[in-house]
Design a protein around this ligand. Structure first.
Ligand code: HEC
Length: 442
């Protein structure tokens, strides 16, 4: 519990206060975060520094050391700003730089825990002077609905034909010592050539034809995976081990926790998603809070805003970025079934994603208390995570007194895939000493 300076005079008052405090402390983040130490972490732009590149001779004389398992910071400690500045400009490992993008950013992290939960508080400044809360928007063009706006890396946004509209995100990877090398080499273990927006990006047909990634997982692109799930030294995307081998790795806990707070797809319902990385970047069992609000056969929205609740059935182009207008459709809060005959006008805009806290379920819905607010150019996200979610099949159980390895990433200013900022791996001690040490609050 956080020390309180108030000293009520009467025993009755003390008892009442203690009762109030213990209930709050058992189930809620610290009321006063100013009591919890702040760690400032440098996140930097990694460009296309894939694991393949790190193990190649182009990574000057370091390829052998990376293969041997040496940590990145054994050579790069304190170099985040320098590396970020070089890569973001396209001097190296970035064939398609985004003009004006910052190379490095500060992420402030605070951690606390009680017997039930881990509480994390994050703060970072956004490069853009508005919250990145818009994502997969659809616009009525006078005849039909079309997707509108996209990530800054897309040609239609680079050319100025459409506005940058892509949600801000905060991602957190955790390993409890089960994934070989994560402690030293962090998220780079999961980043390979062949993935989306990486060198040698594999085409849709090729992925769909692959027995595991295409036919079983039903995916059409390559996303993060762990080298241990591949059978060759290069950890090639298509050299997957057998389903039995992968199931054995999962049962042994050889996967990474990967959770993302999403400013459009989870924040409006007070959640973050919950996934893991093994043979692919996968969602935990159950249902996360977002799905499509688009009927792919008719290419029309499934829901529109409930005008009785938000004042209009849709927003308009002019409303984009206006904080007083709704930016997300939430099934149980502000949505009604789409009416094709509602008199749609050119420039009407509806989110192409449908959110629902009520429909989220299972292990995928574990991050049920994650709230971000954007003010004066800064996101503040307060994240409550059960130490033990009760879902060991796809979650890491965190124990007081233990130290885990963590990696952070922020997708800032309308970007996706590699265009994020990342941290070198570091330790988080839960009531134990780490680069970030969590403070016991009860
Ligand atoms: C044995 C020392 C060593 C280790 C270990 C090492 N690196 Fe490097 N790294 C280097 C050197 C040397 C360069 C080249 C610097 C240059 O060309 O100016 C480099 C370059 C880079 C670059 C390109 C940026 C630049 O300044 O040229 C990135 C990105 C990078 N390393 C990431 C990593 C990551 C991630 C890891 C951990 C998986 C890692 N390195 C491990 C020594 C190391």
């Amino acid at each position: 519990m956080i020390a309180s300076t108030s000293k009520p005079a009467h025993g009755v008052a003390i008892a009442a206060l203690a009762a109030t405090f213990s209930t709050t402390a058992l189930s809620a983040p610290p009321a006063d975060w100013s009591q919890i130490p702040v760690q400032t972490i440098k996140l930097f732009y990694p460009g296309q520094s894939s694991y393949d590149w790190l193990k190649s001779p182009a990574h000057k004389r370091a390829d052998g050391k990376v293969k041997a398992g040496d940590s990145c910071i054994s050579c790069h400690e304190g170099e985040e700003a320098e590396i970020g500045a070089k890569l973001v400009k396209g001097d190296r490992l970035e064939p398609a730089p985004i003009a004006g993008k910052q190379g490095v950013m500060d992420l402030q992290v605070q951690a606390a825990h009680d017997a039930t939960n881990l509480y994390l508080r994050f703060q970072w400044k956004t490069q853009m002077d508005r919250a990145g809360q818009m994502h997969d928007y659809m616009m009525y063009d006078g005849e039909k609905w079309v997707f509108f706006g996209d990530a800054r890396s897309e040609e239609k946004v680079r050319s100025g034909a459409e506005p940058p509209l892509y949600e801000d995100r905060l991602a957190l990877m955790i390993d409890d010592g089960k994934v070989p090398l994560f402690k030293n080499q962090g998220c780079w273990l999961t980043c390979h050539n062949g993935m989306r927006d990486m060198p040698g990006e594999v085409g849709k047909e090729q992925v769909q034809a692959h027995a595991l990634i295409g036919k079983t997982l039903k995916e059409s692109d390559v996303r993060k995976y762990l080298p241990g799930t591949r059978s060759d030294d290069a950890a090639s995307w298509d050299k997957t081990r057998s389903a039995e081998d992968i199931a054995r790795l999962k049962a042994a806990g050889e996967f990474l926790e990967l959770m993302q707070w999403r400013a459009h797809r989870s924040n409006p319902v007070g959640m973050a998603d919950d996934g893991y990385v093994l043979e692919y970047r996968l969602s935990d069992e159950g249902k996360n809070p977002f799905s499509w609000n688009v009927d792919r056969k008719t290419m029309t929205p499934k829901f529109m805003f409930d005008a009785r609740k938000v004042g209009a059935k849709a927003i308009t182009l002019q409303d984009i970025g206006n904080a007083s207008k709704p930016h997300a459709i939430i099934r149980e809060e502000n949505a009604v079934a789409y009416d094709a005959a509602a008199g749609w006008k050119k420039g009407d805009v509806l989110p192409g994603r449908l959110l629902s806290r009520a429909d989220a379920s299972g292990s995928a819905a574990d991050n049920a208390d994650v709230k971000g607010s954007w003010k004066d150019g800064m996101w503040t996200v307060v994240w409550t995570r059960k130490l033990d979610t009760g879902h060991p099949a796809d979650d890491k159980a965190l124990k007081p007194g233990s130290v885990v390895s963590v990696g952070f990433a922020v997708h800032d200013d309308n970007v996706t895939t590699r265009f994020h900022h990342v941290s070198f791996p570091m330790t988080l001690g839960i009531g134990a000493k780490g680069a970030i040490s969590s403070t016991a609050v009860k």
